[in-house]
Design a protein around this ligand. Structure first.
Ligand code: SAH
Length: 260
């Protein structure tokens, strides 16, 4: 009988220990969640935005004849702190799926469009990519982790300088930013596996097509200032033949030309 009580006590003791242990684990987990929320108070909003973009893509992709959005693109979107790329007074809107003004008459693109364009480029870890229109640097930040090197050109000097400083501060060390007219591309950085143009010219710039590798692809909005713009996919085949495909109507700021 004595041994029986002892055994029961022992069992109770183990149960209590287990409960205490679980409580400690729970505390640690809650602590970890609290710590990560404190480190990044936007994590939940960013996750919700990413899920809504995934749903939107699932709804529109079949119509566009595409499969689902690449999981690595969604992961990059979920990891990119958009609130760092919008003006301080608009931080509360950073995770709304809409473009926002960034000064100098320019905008940070809508997250869905950023994800869509990134996905259409079909980025590979070894790719060398050109972006025309750095703006805030947000699109560059989404794309950079998915490729080897990203060269990006901005024509508005203060925007280019602050995007370069922001990207460096946030640790995007495979991105090079240059101030200039992206119509001419960036010969020394190319040739490119893909090119992402985030301002709309009236036609596809021939220097960009030239700087595309065989097998490369370019996404570019094309249209006049007051005419509707089409998002165009330009593909250069292995034999150098170029084909273009209109994907959908979009609205981007116009591509400006230096000295014009
Ligand atoms: N990718 C940006 C979107 C910026 S909007 C982002 O994620 O924030 C388009 C940008 O293209 C603007 O900053 C505009 O100044 C720039 N731009 C317009 N014409 C250009 C040109 N010819 N060369 C390089 N950048 C240009």
């Amino acid at each position: 009988m004595f041994r029986g009580i002892q055994r029961r006590r022992h069992r109770r003791g183990r149960g209590a220990l287990l409960r205490a242990g679980l409580a400690v684990v729970a505390l640690i987990l809650t602590g970890a969640a609290a710590a990560s929320a404190a480190e990044d108070p936007f994590a939940e909003r960013r996750a919700a935005l990413t899920r809504s973009i995934e749903r939107l893509a699932a709804a529109v992709y079949p119509v566009a004849g595409r499969a689902a959005m690449m999981p690595q693109v969604l992961a990059a979107l979920e990891e990119t702190p958009r609130h760092e790329f919008v003006p301080p007074k608009l931080v509360s809107l950073a995770y709304a799926n809409r473009p926002l003004p960034i000064g100098f008459g320019q905008t940070i693109s809508q997250p869905f469009i950023v994800a869509f364009m990134t996905d259409l480029l079909e980025p590979e870890p070894d790719d060398i990519v050109l972006e025309v229109g750095t703006g805030s640097g947000y699109q560059a930040a989404v794309l950079a982790p998915l490729v080897r090197r990203l060269c990006t050109i901005e024509i508005v000097e203060p925007l280019g300088r602050s995007a370069a400083a922001r990207l460096a501060r946030l640790g995007y060390d495979n991105v090079a930013v240059r101030i200039g007219d992206g119509y001419n591309g960036w010969e020394a950085c190319g040739p490119f596996d893909s090119i992402d143009v985030t301002a709309a010219p009236g036609h596809v710039p021939p220097p960009l097509v030239r700087q595309l590798k065989p097998g490369g692809r370019m996404i570019i909005p094309v249209g006049g200032l007051f005419a509707p713009q089409q998002l165009v996919l330009v593909e250069k085949r292995a034999d150098g033949q170029v084909s273009t495909r209109q994907l959908m109507l979009v609205r981007f700021v116009p591509l400006r030309r230096s000295g014009r």
